[in-house]
Write a protein that binds this ligand. Sequence first.
Ligand SMILES: Cc1cc2nc3c(=O)[nH]c(=O)nc-3n(C[C@H](O)[C@H](O)[C@H](O)COP(=O)(O)OP(=O)(O)OC[C@H]3O[C@@H](n4cnc5c(N)ncnc54)[C@H](O)[C@@H]3O)c2cc1C
Length: 578
Amino acid sequence: MIEVRVPDIGDFTDVPVIEIHVSAGDTVAVEQPLVTLESDKATMDVPAPFAGLVKQLRVAIGDRVSEGSVLLTLETDGAVPAGPAARAAECSGTEAAVTAETPSPPPPSPSLDGGGHDAQVVVIGAGPGGYTAAFRAADLGLKTVLIERYEQLGGVCLNVGCIPSKALLHAARVIAETEEMASRGISFGKPKVDIDALREWKSSVVAQLTGGLDTLARRRKVEVVHGVARLTGPHSVAVDERTISFDSCIIAAGSHAAMLPDLPDDPRIVTSTGALALTEVPQRLLVVGGGIIGLELATVYDALGSKVTVLELLDQLLPGCDPDLVDPLHKRVSGRYDAIHLRTEVISISSQKSGLKVRFSHGEPEVFDCVLVAVGRQPNGLAIDAASAGVDVDARGFIPVDTQLRTNVSWIHAIGDIVGGPMLAHKASHEGKVAAEVIAGLTVEFDPRAVPSVAYTDPEVAWMGLTETAARGQGIDYETATFPWAASGRALGLAREDGMTKLLFEPGTRRLLGAGIVGVNAGELIAETVHALEMGSDVEDIALTIHPHPTLSETVAFAAEMAAGTITDLMPPGRARR
Ligand SMILES: Cc1cc2nc3c(=O)[nH]c(=O)nc-3n(C[C@H](O)[C@H](O)[C@H](O)COP(=O)(O)OP(=O)(O)OC[C@H]3O[C@@H](n4cnc5c(N)ncnc54)[C@H](O)[C@@H]3O)c2cc1C
């Protein structure tokens, strides 16, 4: 018989029990949640450290507990299984979580080569993939070290990616909205932009989040080591002068902006990082690359007053996205930007005093004050000495992994941008959780039905699951239903009827296969369709789900009603009518 106690829960004491998941007489498996505790920051499940029979509950809902408080007694069969939670409790120094009334054999060390390593998990890179993996590993009781070359945690996403760009895009949206209200009876005048104040605000948003990560790491007792990490062997990594040995490793070293070849060394040629630094607003800005990052930054600088030209090698903006979703965006930015050149490439850029002279594959050369190169990102796999650990890296720097994010070396995992797939923060963080859980011994894999993509342009464009472009390319049978926002009262009231919601579904079963939305807040709206897809919903499930009125979220339900033939806000399409 053993007493199961509250494990190390950081600095929290006296936290309430908000849920009890088992009763006396229940048989529980290793890792099965026993109770849920709630602090002012988070809720925490306490998992069963061993399989066994719950003999007696020692707490009730509402009781306040701290590290070491007895939660329940558990009868095990004596041969205590070495489940992951048991290992986690043992290895993280949280032995207090379990007090054996009869001695139990020590659980085996998870060390793969006999134990004695400095850390159970070393994570290389503290972006959204890496810090998530490290925090989850620590929450599962594993002794974790997180290595980051920069002073600030958070990686590209928090420091020079998702977060600063979205802060500036909010400013851009406010400017555009106030301009547009002039034709609707309210004029604010030309905005006065204080670039220093705007930059400071953006930086304060970043600092708040990255500072929060420092606190979360400390509270979880994740050791953060600053410096450039290089693998030195299958169980070791060097950071400057220090060598850290590990049982398992998670490589989350991310990616960097790709550059065009043969460009002059000129500070007026920048990547997204330089553009987000917001040192000045160039009069004439050339954005090379009409993908998500290029168009988001074009949106920012257009609102701040730059004359923007966008160059795209392929035949549409946002290559790969369904053309009908891109059309409203193309139409709107065509009216705002100086020029959009499709099927065009940069031949050369030369530095001149008056600006950067750019020669294109078509047309006359032009001079710009700044050139933003946004032609994609490259993984950092070739810069961590992966070969020293025997980890395979492909020629481009991607590290191949299986669905448990294992590299060819089974105790070394890789996640995030460095493993390919969509280079998105939410994909990286979900992979981070899976990798940590696999190392802790949980039976999980990364197998999402959809990873949503969002361009936070104006209007936003969001898509998930199967696209029409992919379906046609792969010969997959599908049907579509679309709802034009011109028929949405909410969109009209926002003066933004330039949107459209589209669902793709399977003929016969009418199950959702994918969705695409263009319009303001499309990035928020797409989440419902991802959930619907993950839950195996068909169009009727969505149509019968009551959405609040008047909202843009209704357009998802209306598109489903178009498919179900039950729409009343428009005429039902003949082929879908029943
Ligand atoms: C301008 C811009 C906007 C973006 N907007 C979005 C968005 O809105 N939504 C979205 O989902 N995604 C967005 N992204 C993409 C997103 O930022 C990345 O997909 C995400 O950051 C990848 O996370 P990661 O953990 O794999 O790697 P990263 O965030 O790249 O983190 C890797 C970390 O590893 C560190 N590192 C690398 N090598 C070493 C080493 N040898 N030793 C120690 N540390 C090392 C790096 O310093 C970095 O901190 C955007 C990207 C950019 C550039």
